[in-house]
Design a protein around this ligand. Structure first.
Ligand SMILES: O=C(O)C(=O)C[C@]1(C(=O)O)C=C[C@@H](O)C=C1
Length: 387
């Protein structure tokens, strides 16, 4: 047979596949109508399992069995998405329990951050809320979350990821532990310097204090000074404070210039970071489910079944609804070794039909699901374009 003839035959088969696919989808519409009336869930795992076994058994080789399994998994996934759309059109999928507000009340807000004055979280809070907000600090991120639960603060400012050191794992875990929501984000340029006592010289240094993230972000510089010991503190600004209080010329801190000024320290070295464009993204968290009309980024968290293609199937709800994923993070689930909880950021607003449809799909198919927030992002442009 020549290629032209083979392709003609393939075209014929594809035509009938498309016709069959459309007929199948039309039937799935009828199923959706039935499910709406009877209040049944779209996803029927038992039926899907049986269906996959049935069609696998029809195939004539292992290779084909694998292909058929994948093909029908996708066909049923598309069928579910169609059904969610129909449910949304019929008003079965209602609004999400989030309240849209024109703007966040920033100017006189009570805002909590972790650490001490001069910490990058302090800078982030000032940048997002301005000078008029009432800022105060607590010892730990956990305390900051508790302060908004208790109402002593309206908002908390927490670091979530750094451009070179990556995600702040503990903050991801706190988003699950507390019933709080992300309502904003802000990017802060992190310009670490090496700080010492006013009469210290770089040759005096034996010990460097910083937050573990600060030490990580300056690892190349610290590698060049292997004779120095490093010591982790709970905050970069606190490490500067400690150098001041200890009054030992052999001690230095990796922290911001602002912290150096605040605690009367001298800059021993600049540009100590691995990456000069080092930036930290901070999230603004509140206890209420709010989102601004301009919100364009959604954060969700879910757990899936521990099985083949589970994550792929979850993410296909974004693809199918044309939603652009911005970030995927995973964290271990305590008590279930080697199982993970996923955190996904994607573009959109909770009022968008596509977003509602995708969220409905994930909600129905995940073992655990939470919308962590919908908020405005400029994707860090304010930092990169101004500096
Ligand atoms: O039979 C159903 O209940 C359907 O909704 C159809 C279908 C399918 O495409 O075969 C789709 C989703 C369900 O999870 C199971 C099967």
């Amino acid at each position: 047979m020549d290629l032209g003839e083979i392709r003609k035959e393939i075209d014929e088969i594809d035509k009938s596949l498309v016709e069959s696919f459309e007929k199948r989808l039309a039937l799935c519409r009828d199923v959706a109508e039935y499910k709406i009336k009877s209040g049944m869930q779209v996803l029927d795992r038992k039926r899907e399992g049986e269906k996959l076994e049935q069609v696998r058994n029809m195939a004539s080789s292992d290779f084909n069995r694998y292909g058929i399994n994948e093909l029908f998994t996708q066909i049923m996934s598309i069928s579910r998405k169609l059904q969610y759309q129909l449910l949304a059109d019929k008003g079965v999928i209602t609004g999400l329990p989030f309240e849209m507000v024109p703007n966040l009340q920033k100017s006189r807000a009570k805002v909590v951050y972790q650490g001490v004055e001069g910490a990058y979280s302090h800078a982030a809070a000032l940048q997002f809320f301005g000078e008029k907000a009432k800022l105060f600090n607590v010892k730990t991120w956990d305390d900051a979350m508790k302060a908004i639960c208790a109402g002593t603060a309206d908002f908390a400012v927490l670091p979530i990821e750094n451009s070179s050191a990556g995600s702040v794992a503990n903050v991801y875990d706190l988003l699950v532990k507390f019933d709080n929501y992300i309502v904003g984000e802000t990017y802060v340029k992190v310009d670490h310097v090496l700080l010492g006592l006013p009469d210290a010289e770089i040759s005096d240094i034996e010990m460097v204090y910083s937050h573990p993230q600060g030490l990580m972000q300056c690892s190349t510089y610290l590698e060049e000074h292997r004779e120095w010991n490093t010591y982790s503190t709970s905050n970069t600004a606190l490490s500067a404070k400690r150098v001041k209080e200890e009054g030992n010329k052999a001690h230095a801190a990796i922290a911001s210039e602002m912290a150096g000024e605040l605690y009367g320290l001298k800059i021993l070295d600049r540009n100590v970071m691995n990456n000069r464009g080092n930036t930290t993204r901070f999230i603004i968290v509140a206890s209420r489910k709010l989102y601004e009309a301009t919100a364009n980024k959604i954060s969700v968290c879910f757990e899936t079944k521990h099985e083949n293609a589970a994550l792929y199937n979850m993410l296909s709800h974004l693809t199918y609804n044309g939603l652009n994923m911005l970030k995927l993070e995973s964290r271990p689930i305590t008590g279930r070794p080697w199982e993970f909880r996923f955190f996904v950021d994607f573009e959109g607003n909770l009022g968008d039909a596509g977003v509602k449809n995708a969220l409905r799909g994930i909600l129905e198919e995940a073992n655990y699901f939470r919308i962590l927030g919908n908020y405005y992002t400029d994707k860090g442009k304010s930092v990169y374009e101004n500096k």
